[in-house]
Design a protein around this ligand. Structure first.
Ligand code: ADP
Ligand code: MN
Ligand code: MN
Ligand code: MN
Length: 334
């Protein structure tokens, strides 16, 4: 019987690429999804005269929305002229760095925060033209007036599980309408692939509720928390001893600009030094410190081994770029 393959890819929208997808009907049940193409001039990926881009499947999983034999197919974008990675393809450069340092056993766990918006652009839970009560009761809250949008979280979490993604948990965040899910822990390619499929599922599910999902770093100006993608990481050496953790933090601290530039658009608005952040242009690390650039969890300090959390990446960061930077910096210094 025929089935549907939803091809998903990242476009060329600047500064933050959008997810795109289209459906291919697979007539032969036994066939695997082939390389396919699209019109790059409609996605900011090509000029009109030579507009063909190619889609190379890199990760597939069951489609939890359509069910049955239907699948989701995450793709890398190639230029159709030479079949080389397109300039907007950030997964290909990550693959190189990952392979170079594969022996060091780097794994990542990503905490994806996001904000639900009404169609008028205001956050869900914000009254028309105004503001809800100040932050305090919303984080991990329960009950009407404290949490909003839970039906979308429930549906999204189950969809991620049904798709076989490495989802680890969810929680309501500090600002109303803001939520988090975590993906990991896995090698950088896997964690990035699973994150993008999870993001696509979130957009797709929220569509049915007329809710927009925003990964903006600072969706509400003023005294409201921004949205991040805390990036937890460890090499085999870090999982075995504390010295390697300190060495990793020191190495990252020597490349402040390089990292911050790859951590997502509008990072200056979010990393102000307030709202559980460190200033974007200063580097610090510390045990249990949620106002540091990198936090070493207290259990890790106690046990003398484990992982560290780079708290700086934005919610709108590209996981392929963030994990490439951290892998390269940490593994090259080890
Ligand atoms: P918090 O909100 O306290 O910062 P979370 O529970 O939301 O923490 O997320 C913890 C993250 O740490 C998870 O994504 C998990 O995969 C990740 N993690 C745990 N152990 C490791 C490890 N050894 N290496 C990399 N990531 C890890
Ligand atoms: Mn968290
Ligand atoms: Mn959080
Ligand atoms: Mn965190």
């Amino acid at each position: 019987m025929a089935y549907q393959a939803e091809y998903i890819w990242l476009d060329g929208t600047s500064p933050t690429p959008l997810l795109r997808s289209k459906t291919k009907i697979m007539k032969d049940e036994a066939a695997t999804p082939p390389i396919w193409g699209f019109d790059g001039s409609s996605t900011n990926q090509a000029a009109g005269e030579s507009s063909d881009c190619a889609l190379k499947p890199v990760f597939s999983c069951p489609d939890p929305i359509r069910g049955g034999a239907n699948i989701l197919v995450l793709c890398e974008v190639l230029s159709a002229i030479d079949m080389k990675p397109h300039p907007t393809n950030t997964r290909a450069p990550l693959e190189k760095v990952y392979k170079k340092h594969a022996k060091q056993g780097m794994i990542f766990g990503l905490e994806q925060e996001y904000t639900m918006l009404k169609l008028d652009g205001s956050p869900l839970g914000f009254p028309a033209g105004g503001y809800p009560g100040p932050q305090g009761p919303y984080y991990c809250g329960v009950g009407a007036g404290r949490v909003i949008g839970r039906e979308i979280i429930e549906e999204h979490t189950q969809a991620c599980i049904d798709a076989g993604l490495l989802i680890e948990g969810t929680n309501a965040e500090v600002m109303p309408g803001q939520w988090e899910f975590q993906i990991g822990a896995a090698d950088p390619l896997t964690v990035g692939d699973h994150m993008y499929v999870a993001r696509w599922l979130l957009h797709r599910i929220a569509e049915d509720y007329d809710i927009q999902i925003s990964f903006d770093a600072k969706p509400a100006k003023g005294d409201w928390n921004g949205a991040g993608m805390h990036t937890n990481f460890s090499t085999t050496a870090m999982r075995e001893g504390y010295d390697a953790i300190i060495k990793a933090c020191e190495a990252i601290g020597k490349k402040i600009d390089l990292h911050v530039k790859g951590y997502g658009d509008d990072i200056e608005s979010r990393l102000t030094g307030k709202h559980e952040t460190a200033p974007y242009n200063k580097f610090s690390y510390g045990v249990s410190n949620r106002a540091a650039s990198i936090r070493i969890p207290w259990q890790v300090a106690k046990e003398g081994k484990g992982y560290a959390e780079d708290r700086r990446p934005n919610a709108n960061a590209d996981p392929y770029t963030v994990t490439r930077l951290i892998t390269d910096t940490v593994c090259s210094a080890a």
